[in-house]
Design a protein around this ligand. Structure first.
Ligand SMILES: Nc1ncnc2c1ncn2[C@@H]1O[C@H](COP(=O)(O)OP(=O)(O)OP(=O)(O)O)[C@@H](O)[C@H]1O
Ligand SMILES: [Mg+2]
Length: 519
């Protein structure tokens, strides 16, 4: 393996002078050097062929011993020095102080084909930021992170990527339901890849400590290296930077709403400064459409991170980032204007997104009612979001196919009242009227709708099936899902068995409907 190493972060920013791997507050530097933990019996489960290609690693190299060693933390590439990053964050709305990479260890950064990439291991052992935890990750959560990262990429949604999934050969103790019943699970490591892993929390921690010089240095670094088009750092550039982050964050969240992805832990330490989806913890997919749904058991009570609240939380998190950047500008107006714009942009972009899902090319204000009525219908009959929008593409604008018949099999509710059925029929009548104003044909509309309404997503129960098999040493479903999810918008009749509603047995099963943060 030959890389064009370009360690921007560690070359340009100072390290924590303490090189001891002890848990502590790190008050000098932006990161701490730390060596990944050696593992008992590393074993590669899967690699992403697309990402190997993007990074310039040949399939032969990926199968070699070197690759396995480096990407499980058992060897460190010559002239590279792994490190964990310092960050803080707001967790569930409260400032949590120093967090940092407690189990992520950055290996190095490279340039390849004019793209810049940072490579980091998740679950590679303890760091100064591990607090009371072990620095490790289990196979269960690593499969979820690995598959979902690549699936999001293929859905066209900004995300961190995943290069490899490997077993460590070590056992890891986890109390999955936090009920005093810990058990050993297989340990695993994922190698994640992104242009940068900087989070809102990397900036927040400096302002929280009133280290404004430290903050400025990090912001200048980020602009110069990751937003070079904004020009020389200045007060105006800082605002332009914030505007960029705001827009990118909104764009990603609109994508989540489009496909029904619920992140589950939108803490500010899980918000990427590049607007990438980061930290695939207790995420989930909306099956029965419900604004209030959250997959995260830790959030069961307040449902802060529920599906319908993601856009608001995105904004709340951006307020925290604005507060963090404020000392560099010392003028609130500019920030407020950008944050206000988020609200108007959100209204506009979510209307466009829903219109796209419905195959309406030029949305108008009046479509808001059609959309709101649909959302009511979807919710009242507990409609499977993914299957619904694919079936809807077969509707005909002359209303010759009964809309209701097209979609009855997408309901989780066993029986609808005649009132509810009427509500659906009325909606279909309005939809047909609206489509008649459109110039595109049924065939054109179907094609456009299928290009943005995915057919295949990694439902929670599917991930759990892959996990159960993998726990028994059978990775066939990991392979199947990885391949299937490369083409989420294609029909792929060979995978039709995965284009079905969540089976009944999965409704309340741990891992299938709700997930804990234990990972
Ligand atoms: N097993 C663990 N050992 C050490 N630190 C951990 C562990 N699990 C989580 N943390 C740390 O707790 C904080 C919050 O964790 P959170 O669940 O958001 O992140 P994560 O899943 O570890 O990783 P990431 O955000 O890097 O994907 C982070 O500082 C994280 O590094
Ligand atoms: Mg995290």
């Amino acid at each position: 393996m030959q890389f064009n190493i370009n360690n921007l972060f560690t070359d340009k920013l100072p390290a924590d002078p303490n090189t001891e791997n002890s848990r502590r507050q790190v008050t000098t530097g932006y990161y701490s050097y730390v060596t990944p933990k050696k593992t008992a019996n590393p074993q590669l489960i899967h690699t992403s062929d697309e990402l190997l290609n993007d990074l310039g690693i040949s399939p032969k190299e990926a199968n070699a011993e070197d690759f396995l060693k480096v990407f499980t933390g058992n060897a460190v590439l010559a002239e590279t020095k792994p490190y964990a990053m310092l960050y803080g964050g707001h967790q569930f709305g409260n400032w949590a102080g120093q967090l940092g990479d407690g189990r992520a260890i950055n290996l190095f950064e490279i340039d390849h084909n004019e793209q810049h990439w940072a490579l980091q291991l998740k679950g590679a052992g303890e760091t100064p930021y591990s607090r009371s935890a072990d620095g490790l990750a289990v196979l269960r959560s690593s499969i979820r992170e690995y598959l979902m990262s690549e699936a999001m990429y293929h859905l066209g949604i900004p995300t961190t990527r995943a290069l490899s999934l490997a077993l460590t050969g070590d056992q890891v103790l986890r109390d999955v339901m936090y009920d005093g019943n810990p058990a050993y699970e297989k340990g695993a490591v994922v190698c994640r890849v992104a242009p940068s892993f900087l989070r809102f929390g990397n900036f927040q921690i400096f302002t929280a400590r009133n280290d404004i010089n430290g903050l400025q240095k990090l912001v200048d670094f980020t602009i110069t290296n990751h937003f070079p088009e904004l020009g020389e750092p200045s007060k105006e550039t800082y605002l332009a930077f914030f505007k960029n982050v705001t827009r990118q964050t909104l764009e990603t969240i609109i994508h989540w709403q489009r496909v029904g992805f619920v992140h589950g832990v939108m803490n500010t330490d899980n918000m990427s400064i590049l607007g990438l989806t980061i930290d695939y913890g207790p995420y989930g997919w909306l099956e029965g459409f419900e604004w209030g749904w959250t997959p995260n058991t830790t959030d069961r009570q307040h449902k802060r991170y529920r599906f319908g609240n993601q856009p608001n939380i995105g904004l709340w998190n951006l307020y925290q980032l604005a507060n963090a950047l404020y000392p560099l500008v010392e003028e609130a107006d500019g920030f407020e204007e950008i944050l206000d714009e988020y609200k108007t942009d959100y209204a506009e972009k979510s209307l466009q997104m829903m219109a796209d899902k419905l195959g309406i090319t030029n949305p108008e204000e009046t479509d808001l009612k059609l959309i709101a009525d649909l959302e009511d219908c979807l919710q009242l009959s507990e409609t499977d979001m993914t299957i619904f929008f694919r079936k809807l593409a077969d509707f005909k604008k002359d209303n010759s196919v009964a809309g209701y018949d097209l979609i009855t099999e997408t309901f989780y509710l066993p029986e609808l009242t005649s009132e509810q059925e009427k509500q659906w029929n009325e909606w279909f009548a309005s939809y047909a009227r609206r489509l008649q104003q459109e110039t595109n044909s049924d065939v054109q509309r179907k094609k456009a709708m299928n290009a943005i309404n995915p057919k295949y997503v990694l439902r929670n129960y599917m991930a759990q099936l892959a996990i159960d098999k993998a726990d028994a040493g059978d990775y066939s479903l990991v392979n199947t899902f990885y391949t299937m999810l490369k083409k989420p918008y294609d029909d792929q009749p060979e995978y039709e068995e995965w284009f079905v509603k969540r089976p009944d047995w999965a409704r309340d099963k741990v891992g299938c409907s709700m997930l804990s943060c234990s990972s």
